[in-house]
Design a protein around this ligand. Structure first.
Ligand SMILES: [Zn+2]
Length: 113
């Protein structure tokens, strides 16, 4: 499962941070995920519980912040927010829209002890 390897890399980042900042317990992790990252949130939560078992993040809450899909509309010549790839511009209805963001997958912050 794709989500399992994502969680493994999240946990390895957490463990590196734990050494660098000397904390021993993680209470909450906040992730920023864009709709274009191709992550199944339910699978991600399930994988997170499995992968964190026995480590410093065991039992921690996984909070997901869903990021918008951002794009550049050429006719409007400004950034806009669309719901998904291939959506028209919400302002002018044009399909000349270039996706600029929405595939984020990163740790925003975490609450530690
Ligand atoms: Zn537009």
């Amino acid at each position: 499962m794709h989500e399992m390897s994502i969680c493994e890399s999240i946990v390895s980042v957490i463990e590196q941070q734990a050494v660098a900042q000397s904390f021993s317990r993680v209470k909450r992790v906040r992730l920023e995920i864009g709709p274009l990252a191709g992550v199944e949130l339910e699978a991600l939560r399930f994988s997170y519980d499995v992968v964190t078992k026995g480590g410093i993040a065991e039992g921690s809450a996984l909070e997901v912040i869903e990021m918008p899909v951002t794009a550049w509309c050429m006719p409007c010549a400004k950034p806009v927010t669309v719901r998904e790839r291939y959506d028209p511009c919400p302002d002018c209805g044009s399909y000349q829209v270039q996706i600029t963001g929405g595939d984020e997958l990163r740790i925003r912050d975490m609450e530690v002890d």
